[in-house]
Design a binder for this molecule. Structure first.
Ligand code: MOS
Length: 775
C-alpha cells in the first residue's frame, strides 16, 4: 500500500462546511461523492460469494429444524406419532402443541394477538403444528414424516368473492367480514357526478401476488446461557428482536439479531415468523444452534402475499379535463386474519386533485395464508383501476392521456386531514419531461400509422403514481468512528435488502468526511452494535437513515475540529475541515493533518453518534412517478410483449445513479409480473389448496419478459424541506404505475381493455376472440 492510500482522507476535495454543534446541517448545495454512479461498496463480497448471508451461516455444531405444516386450508389435527418421530435417526428435539414452552407462546397475526404457536384447528394450508430438529436437513424432514399427523378435514372458502356470500363457510365464528368497512369521504360525490360531462363506472380485479425473494425465509438461532442470538434473513433486525423478545418473554437485551446480508424481502421480511420461534425453542431443547430455512413451497404458503382485490371505480370528468368525483368500492382478502384492503384507496384518494371522493373498503377472511406488506401495499392494485380509468376518461373527452393527468396535479395531500402541502411535488415534471424523453407523441403517431391488416400491433401507454410513505422519519440512529489512521467505520441498524443501502450511506459519510467511500467499512443490521433503526421498508430507508448517517459524520467532524482547535490555538468555528487536513479559515497555511492530530493519536478514535431529526411540521414528503411504455400484441396468440419503458421518478436527490437505476429496473420488472404473469392460484371450489407452488406454476417475469430498454429519468426537485439529505423513497413508487401503463398500451395496440390482472395470453386471446365475434 502506498503512502497516499494509507492516508484515508483525501486532499484538496471540496467538502460541505461543518455546522456548529447542536445545529442541523444545512442542505447540500453541490455534492462531490453523493450523486455519483459508484459501484457497490460490497459488490465484491456479493458477486464472489464471500458474503455470508444468514442462509449461508454454519456455526459449529449446527443442527437443522423443520416445521410440520397443515396440508389443508382448513383441518383439525387429531394426533401425532411423537414417539416414532423422536426415535428417528439424528433427531434431537421435537416440539408440538403440548410442549410447555411452545404452549406458552402467544402468537400474533395481523389483528389477532392471542393465538397459539401450534393450533389444533388450522385455518390455512401451511399452518405450523409441530417442529423438529435433527442432525441433517433430510433427517429433519424424515422425522416430520414419522410424525404421521392424522387430520380431520373441514370445509373451506378460499376466495373473497365466495366468502362474502350469504351462507358461505364461516372462517371465524363472528363471520367472514373483518371489522367494519373503512370509509374515506370528502366533498359530495353525488354533486360531483352531477357536475360531470362524462361519468364512467368499471370493475377491476388484481391477483394475489406471492413474495419470492431470492433468499428464502429463515434463520439460525443459538443460545449462550440466557442470551439468544438469531441470524435472520430480515428487513429489520430490531423488529425481529422485539417480536422474539415478546414471544419468548425475554428482555430485549437478551435477544441479539444479526442480518448483515439479506437476499430480498419486498415486505415479507419486515417481521419474523414461527420458524424463528421454533428455532429458538428447539435450540434451547437440543443445546445446539438450530438452522431453519423454509422451502420455496413453504414461503409461498405461509410468509405473506399481496392480497387479491376487486374494485368498482366510478369517475366523473368535465370536458375541460377537470375531475369532479371519484368513488371506489374495494374488497379483498389478506387471508385468514384480515389486511386485505390496506392502502387500496390511497391512489384514488390522493393522487389527483378532486374535491369529491368516497372510498369504501371491505375486508374478508378466507382460509389462506396471511398477507404481508408487498412492495407498495395497496398502491399497484389501486393504480390498476385508477390509471386505466384515467385513460378511458381521456378518450371519452377526446383529450391526451398525459394532458388529462396534468390538468389534475395536486399541490397538497388531499387524502390527509387538513390537506397538508408536499415538501416538493415533481408529478407535473414527471409527466411532462417523461413524455418528452419517451417520445410520447411520436409513439402515438407511429401506432396510428400501423398497417391495419397486420396481426401484430404496437401501442404506447402511460400511467402515473405516488407513494404514501416515502418520506421516512425518526427514529433512526447511526455511529461513525474515525480511527487514528484516518480510516472510517459506519454502524447503522438498517438492512441493505440488495438495494445498495450500504453504498449510498458510505457516500454520505464520504461526502462529509472527505474519504473515499470504498474504504469505509459499513457494519449494519446488528442489534448488538448498532443504534436502533426501523425495518428497511416503505421506501424510507434512505430518507430515514440517510440523515442520521449524515448527522453522525458531522458529529465526528465536530470532534476532530475541536481537536484541531486545541492544536492550532484557534476556535473550532474559525477552522475548516478540508478532507485530509483541517485549516484555519483565514489562513489555510495554518493547518494540521487529521492523522497527525495529537489528540486523535492519544484517543485512537473519535465517535460521532447521529440521529434522524423530526420531519417538517405540517408538510408531507411524497415521491411521484410517471411511466411510459410501448408494447406489442400478437392478436393471433394473445401474447403481449413489453418493448420498452421510460420511468420518470421524483424521489428527490439521487444519491447514486447506479443503485437508483437498479431500483427502477427491479420495480418495473415486478410491475410486469403483476400486470402480465403472476397469480397465486388456489383450488377455488374444490380442495382450496395452493396450485401454484413453484416457480414453474407461479410465473415470475424472466429475462425474456422484461425489456432490455428500461430507461431511468430522475426528476430532481431541490427538496430542502424533506430532510437533511434532500432524498425521498424510490423502491416502491416504481412498481405502482407499471402494470396499468402496460394495460393502457395493450388497449392502444389492439383495442381490448382487460381490467382483470394479470393479462395472460389466455385472457387476452379470449377477449380478442370475443371482440371478433361481436364485430
Ligand atoms: Mo416494503 S412492502 O415496506 O418492504
Amino acid at each position: 500500500m502506498s503512502e497516499g492510500e494509507k492516508l484515508y482522507h483525501e486532499r484538496g476535495v471540496s467538502l460541505p462546511e461543518t455546522p456548529p454543534p447542536g445545529t442541523a446541517p444545512p442542505p447540500w448545495a453541490a455534492t462531490a461523492v453523493v450523486g455519483q454512479a459508484l459501484p457497490r461498496v460490497d459488490g465484491y463480497e456479493r458477486l464472489s460469494g464471500a458474503a455470508v448471508f444468514p442462509s449461508d451461516l454454519l456455526l459449529p455444531g449446527t443442527i437443522y429444524g423443520a416445521l410440520l405444516r397443515c396440508p389443508y386450508p382448513h383441518a383439525r389435527l387429531l394426533g401425532l406419532d411423537l414417539e416414532a418421530a423422536a426415535a428417528m435417526p439424528g433427531v434431537r428435539a421435537v416440539i408440538h402443541g403440548g410442549t410447555p414452552e411452545a404452549a406458552a407462546v402467544r402468537y400474533d397475526y395481523g389483528s389477532r394477538q392471542d393465538l397459539r404457536l401450534f393450533p389444533e384447528e388450522c385455518l390455512y394450508e401451511g399452518e405450523a403444528v409441530a417442529a423438529v430438529a435433527a442432525d441433517t436437513p433430510h433427517q429433519a424432514r424424515d422425522a416430520l414424516r414419522a410424525l404421521a399427523p392424522r387430520w380431520e378435514t373441514l370445509p373451506c372458502v378460499v376466495d373473497h368473492r365466495d366468502a362474502r356470500r350469504d351462507g358461505a363457510v364461516a372462517v371465524h365464528p363472528a363471520g367472514n367480514r373483518v371489522g367494519e368497512p373503512r370509509v374515506h369521504a370528502r366533498g359530495d360525490v353525488a354533486a360531483g357526478f352531477a357536475a360531470a360531462d362524462v361519468v364512467l363506472e368499471r370493475d377491476y380485479s388484481t391477483p394475489c401476488e406471492l413474495h419470492t425473494p431470492m433468499e428464502l425465509h429463515g434463520c439460525v438461532a443459538a443460545w449462550d446461557g440466557p442470551n439468544l442470538t438469531v441470524w435472520e434473513s430480515t428487513q429489520g433486525v430490531f423488529a425481529v428482536q422485539e417480536q422474539l423478545a415478546r414471544y419468548l418473554d425475554l428482555p430485549l437485551s437478551r435477544v441479539r439479531v444479526v442480518g448483515h446480508y439479506v437476499g430480498g424481502g419486498f415486505g415479507s421480511k419486515l417481521q419474523t415468523d414461527k420458524y424463528a420461534v421454533c428455532a429458538a425453542l428447539l435450540a434451547a431443547r437440543a443445546a445446539r444452534p438450530v438452522k431453519i430455512f423454509l422451502t420455496r413451497e413453504e414461503t409461498m404458503l405461509a410468509v405473506g402475499n399481496r392480497p387479491a382485490n376487486t374494485m368498482r371505480l366510478k369517475a366523473g370528468v368535465k370536458r375541460d379535463g377537470t375531475l369532479t368525483a371519484l368513488e371506489l368500492h374495494g374488497e379483498g382478502s389478506g387471508g385468514v386474519y384480515g389486511g386485505g384492503t390496506g392502502l387500496l384507496e390511497w391512489e384514488v384518494c390522493d393522487l389527483y386533485a378532486c374535491p369529491n371522493v368516497r372510498a369504501e373498503l371491505t375486508d374478508w377472511a378466507i382460509h389462506a395464508g396471511v398477507q404481508r406488506p408487498f412492495r407498495a401495499p395497496g398502491h399497484p392494485q389501486g393504480a390498476w383501476a385508477l390509471e386505466q380509468m384515467m385513460d378511458e376518461l381521456a378518450a371519452a373527452i377526446g383529450m391526451d392521456a398525459v394532458e388529462l393527468r396534468l390538468r389534475n396535479v395536486p399541490e397538497v395531500s388531499q387524502g390527509r386531514p387538513g390537506a397538508p402541502p408536499y415538501t416538493s411535488t415533481g408529478l407535473a415534471r414527471c409527466l411532462r419531461e417523461g413524455a418528452e424523453a419517451f417520445g410520447w407523441r411520436d409513439a402515438l403517431a407511429r401506432a396510428a400509422g400501423q398497417d391495419p391488416a397486420s396481426p401484430v400491433r404496437r401501442g404506447a401507454g402511460m400511467a402515473a403514481g405516488h407513494w404514501v410513505a416515502g418520506g421516512g422519519g425518526p427514529p433512526a440512529g447511526a455511529v461513525v468512528t474515525v480511527y487514528s489512521d484516518g480510516s472510517v467505520v459506519l454502524e447503522m441498524g438498517a438492512a441493505d435488502l440488495g438495494t445498495g443501502t450500504k453504498t449510498v450511506m458510505a457516500q454520505i459519510v464520504a461526502e462529509e468526511l472527505g474519504v473515499r467511500p470504498q474504504i469505509i467499512r459499513v457494519l449494519n443490521a446488528d442489534t448488538a452494535s448498532c443504534p436502533y433503526s426501523g425495518p428497511s421498508g416503505g421506501s424510507k430507508t434512505v430518507p430515514s437513515d440517510g440523515p442520521a448517517v449524515r448527522d453522525a459524520a458531522v458529529k465526528a467532524k465536530q470532534l476532530l475540529l475541536e481537536m484541531a482547535a486545541e492544536e492550532l490555538g484557534a476556535r473550532p468555528g474559525d477552522l475548516i475541515y478540508a478532507g485530509a487536513v483541517i485549516h484555519q479559515r483565514d489562513d489555510p497555511s495554518r493547518q494540521v493533518a487529521i492523522v497527525e492530530l495529537p489528540a486523535l493519536r492519544r484517543r485512537r478514535s473519535v465517535v460521532g453518534v447521529g440521529q434522524r431529526g423530526p420531519n417538517p411540521e405540517g408538510k408531507v414528503t411524497c415521491p411521484f412517478a410517471a411511466q411510459f411504455c410501448e408494447v406489442e400484441v400478437d392478436t393471433r396468440t394473445g401474447e403481449a410483449r413489453v418493448l420498452r419503458f421510460l420511468c420518470a421518478h421524483d424521489s428527490g436527490r439521487v444519491l447514486n445513479l447506479k443503485t437508483y437505476a437498479n431500483q427502477v429496473i427491479g420495480g418495473v420488472t415486478m410491475g410486469i409480473g403483476f400486470g402480465l404473469t403472476e397469480e397465486r392460484l388456489l383450488d377455488r371450489g374444490q380442495t382450496g389448496k395452493l396450485c401454484s407452488k413453484s416457480w414453474h406454476d407461479y410465473k415470475l417475469p424472466t429475462a425474456l419478459d422484461v425489456p432490455a430498454d428500461i430507461a431511468t429519468l430522475p426528476i430532481e426537485p431541490q427538496d430542502d424541506a424533506c430532510n437533511t439529505i434532500g432524498a425521498k423513497g424510490l423502491g416502491e413508487p416504481v412498481t405502482i404505475p407499471t402494470a396499468p401503463a402496460i394495460a393502457n398500451a395493450i388497449h392502444a395496440a389492439c383495442g381490448v381493455r382487460l381490467r382483470e390482472a394479470p393479462v395472460t395470453p389466455l385472457r387476452l386471446a379470449a377477449a380478442l376472440a370475443a371482440r371478433r365475434q361481436e364485430g
